[in-house]
Design a protein around this ligand. Structure first.
Ligand code: SAJ
Length: 404
């Protein structure tokens, strides 16, 4: 039996995938409301194909519990936040999960850590906790790679990395993931696996920062950054990403800081790139203020932010640029900007709307922060015609819209 610890954005799809491929799975989470919701047959977040996968997993006999099980295989996918001041990883959730597992697991059990950790975390924090218990266990690091919005497809089709101390243990876990994963599975050592994951997300963060910096340069000198990127990308070795209002999600704004925190004298390009991404919400607000001044509009409370999620067509709002902008505006001007998101049903911001029409009737200046499909529909475009619109995602291709 496999006990999956932490049933969030990664743990839940992984547990469901294993259970729907013939593996005996118990999913454990410390939040009893979450476990109750799953027990009652409902998924806890929206993701393409997740409900169908849930049905299959239930047929496969998946169980959910708040207790840790006694077994020989665990997959740990708990959060790994970072300390905002030191930029270093906070490994306490991982260490706590592994320590709790050690209390119940059989000797020789394999504990797979899927959570993203900075290079050396297993050696520095997890091994000492394991050694303290006196129980012999095998640690593995198998970092997740799936992207919200396409998780179910990517779980099956992405290549994977498995870091293990011992080849045999690596092979055993490779066989477990092979029950559903059609991608190539590489076995390496734990520190290499830790580093690859952080490097992958850093690569993306730095490339997004490059696009964002270009947007700033072009904006300062009246050039169309999208036209420039489109032409540059016709070169066979150039592939520039899209600028936007900043980066959100649990990974891209967070993981690269682990490298800056651990290697401050060396991670220079990375540190500067992250600062560019973090400056984008402020840049967008300043651009909006400039347009407002030109139009004789002054009242910041007339701004409405469309989209609270960190990217299009997901309900995940962790580290979202919209929330970053709301905080910035409140701190600097004492104004709580209006916001609306069709996917975010929970109240996460002060002046949040749950009705698109009501939101529009109260906002004269709309900033499109997220390019959800909803805003690209004809009816939405029609409704925006009477508003001043700053589109940070080039979601709309209509006349009169301002872009970054
Ligand atoms: N973004 C841009 N411009 C772009 C692409 C993205 O501004 O051209 C923004 C998005 O709007 C969002 C942020 O960047 O705010 C991050 O979005 P994303 O789609 O790049 O990535 P995530 O955070 O959803 O998922 C990433 C993925 N990592 C890589 O692509 C290297 C995913 O594969 C990882 O599993 C995930 O991080 C993770 O959990 O580590």
């Amino acid at each position: 039996m496999v006990n999956v610890i932490g049933l969030g954005y990664i743990g839940l799809p992984t547990a469901l995938m294993l259970a729907s491929h013939g593996v005996d799975v118990v999913g454990t989470d410390c939040k009893s409301e979450l476990v109750d919701e799953l027990k009652s047959g409902r998924t806890t977040f929206k993701e393409d194909g997740l409900d169908e996968l849930f049905d299959k997993a239930q047929k496969g006999g998946i169980r959910f519990d708040t207790k840790y099980m006694t077994t020989d295989t665990y997959i740990v996918s708990v959060p790994t936040p970072y300390d905002k001041n030191t930029k270093k990883i906070d490994a306490s959730f991982v260490v706590k999960a592994v320590s709790d597992v050690l209390e119940v697991c059989v000797p020789g059990a394999v504990i797979v850590i899927e959570s993203t950790v900075s290079p050396g975390t297993v050696d520095k924090f997890v091994r000492p906790a394991a050694a303290q218990s006196g129980k012999k266990i095998n640690l593995v690091h198998a970092p997740e790679r799936i992207i919200p919005g396409n998780m179910v497809y990517e779980l099956v089709n992405n290549n994977r990395t498995i870091g293990a101390d011992d080849r045999e243990v690596g092979e055993k876990i490779k066989n477990l993931y092979s029950t559903f994963c059609k991608g190539e599975i590489v076995i390496t050592d734990i520190k290499t696996a830790e580093m690859t994951k952080v490097v992958e997300n850093t690569f993306r963060a730095v490339n997004i920062a490059f696009a964002n910096e270009l947007a700033k340069i072009c904006d300062s000198d009246n050039m169309d950054v999208y036209e420039i990127i489109k032409i540059c990308n016709m070169h066979p070795r150039v592939n520039i990403l899209s600028p936007g209002p900043g980066v959100g999600g649990h990974c891209i704004p967070v993981d690269p800081w682990f490298l800056v925190g651990d290697y401050p004298d060396k991670a220079k390009v990375i540190g500067e790139a992250l600062k560019v991404n973090e400056s984008m919400p402020q840049f967008v607000l300043e651009k909006a203020q400039k347009i407002m001044r030109e139009k004789g509009m002054e009242d910041l409370s007339k701004i409405g932010l469309y989209g609270i999620a960190y990217k299009e067509n997901v309900d995940d709002y962790r580290e979202s640029p919209t929330l970053q902008m709301i905080d910035f505006c409140r701190e600097k001007y004492g104004v709580s900007l209006k916001s609306y998101d069709p996917y975010v049903k929970k109240d996460v911001a002060q002046n949040q709307y749950h009705d698109f029409d009501k939101f529009l009737s109260d906002a004269d200046f709309v900033i499109i922060m997220v390019g959800h499909d909803e805003i690209k529909e004809k009816s939405a475009i029609e409704k925006l015609k009477t508003k001043t619109v700053l589109d940070t995602r080039r979601a709309l291709k209509t006349d009169g819209v301002y872009y970054i």
